[in-house]
Structures are given as structure tokens and as C-alpha cells.
Design a protein around this ligand. Structure first.
Ligand code: S3P
Length: 175
């Protein structure tokens, strides 16, 4: 299979964007962050969008952003934490490229999410036990989707080189 797109999927705080940028640098492919594309397309922050129109509207709009990147080639896409869990988004990504799930434990995710200044509407204001309880519940709900990725990676241990080996082993890359 010729791989034209790589989709990084996983919970909020799993490092999809950081990894995507590094892979883009190493592979010479284009990088896009779905959240950034969303904010550009709708000319508002995700936080404001959630506040004014709600999550359901956000999911519909996010689906449109995903649709647009499916037409691009030689691209690495960091998706939003909820993207693969809505509509047939995951099936679409699996059909258009290689999906990689960056799997992390609840504890690591909680640590990462507490240590960031980035505003994420779903975890805003949550910390300590409340944050851990939220991640535990949400991750259990989402993992059945995440686990349908082509590749599931232990993101606690794998470095960029490891990802590149996996990608190369998964199919021929578009030059
Ligand atoms: C969301 C994750 C966010 C963003 C939105 C909703 C989610 O993206 O799309 O706040 O439902 O998990 P990141 O995973 O990049 O934080």
C-alpha cells in the first residue's frame, strides 16, 4: 500500500502535534494540526466555538475540516482527541492513510494535561482527582475507537525513530 497521509490519533495531551511536527521535519512531509485548521476555517477559537455553539456543532464542523485534509497528499495530520470517535471519521482516515494511536496511561495524560497552558474546553477547570476521574471515564469510552487504528503505539517509550520505522514497515511512502 502506498501511504499518502498519516493520521495521529489519541487522547488530549498525548503529544500528537509535537510528534507530527517532528515527523514532518524528518520525513519532509507537510504537517497540519486539525485544531489549528478548525480555528482558521471558522475564524474563532475552539473554546469560543464550544461555548457559543456547543459540542455537537463542533463535531459537525470538525468533520468538514477532516474531509478537506483527505484530499491532500504527503501530509501528517494531528487530529483532535475526539475526532476518531465521531461519525465515520475513523473509517475515513483508515481508508485514506495510516492511522497511529499514541497510547498513554491515565496518569501520564493527567500529568501532561495539568502541566499545559493550552485551553481545552473538555478539561478546563479540572485538576487532581477530578481530572483523573474524567480521563479514566472518557478514555474507556474512546479506546474502542482509538484501538481500531492501523497501528497502536506505546507512546511512553517510542521515540521519533521508532515511529519512522513503523511507518516505513507499514507500506511504501509517497515520494
Ligand atoms: C478534544 C480535543 C482537542 C480539541 C477539542 C476537543 C476532545 O484536541 O479538538 O478541544 O474531544 O478530546 P487535542 O486532542 O489536540 O487537545
Amino acid at each position: 500500500m502506498e501511504i499518502k497521509r498519516i493520521f495521529l490519533i489519541g487522547f488530549m495531551g498525548s503529544g500528537k502535534s509535537t510528534l507530527g511536527r517532528r515527523l514532518s521535519h524528518e520525513m519532509g512531509w507537510h504537517f497540519e494540526d486539525l485544531d489549528d485548521l478548525f480555528e482558521k476555517k471558522y475564524q474563532t477559537s475552539i473554546e469560543t466555538y464550544f461555548k457559543t455553539l456547543g459540542e455537537e456543532a463542533f463535531r459537525q464542523a470538525e468533520k468538514e475540516v477532516l474531509k478537506a485534509v483527505l484530499a491532500e497528499e504527503r501530509i501528517i495530520i494531528a487530529t483532535g482527541g475526539g475526532t476518531p470517535c465521531c461519525f465515520d471519521n475513523l473509517e475515513k482516515m483508515n481508508a485514506h492513510g495510516l492511522t497511529i494511536y499514541l497510547k498513554l496511561t491515565v496518569d501520564t495524560l493527567a500529568k501532561r494535561l495539568s502541566g499545559t497552558r493550552q485551553v481545552r474546553p473538555l478539561v478546563k477547570g479540572k485538576s487532581g482527582e477530578e481530572l483523573i476521574a474524567y480521563i479514566t471515564e472518557k478514555l474507556a469510552e474512546r479506546e474502542p475507537f482509538y484501538e481500531k487504528a492501523n497501528v497502536v503505539v506505546d507512546a511512553e517509550v517510542l521515540g521519533v525513530e521508532g515511529y519512522i520505522q513503523i511507518i516505513e514497515a507499514s507500506g511504501s511512502l509517497m515520494k
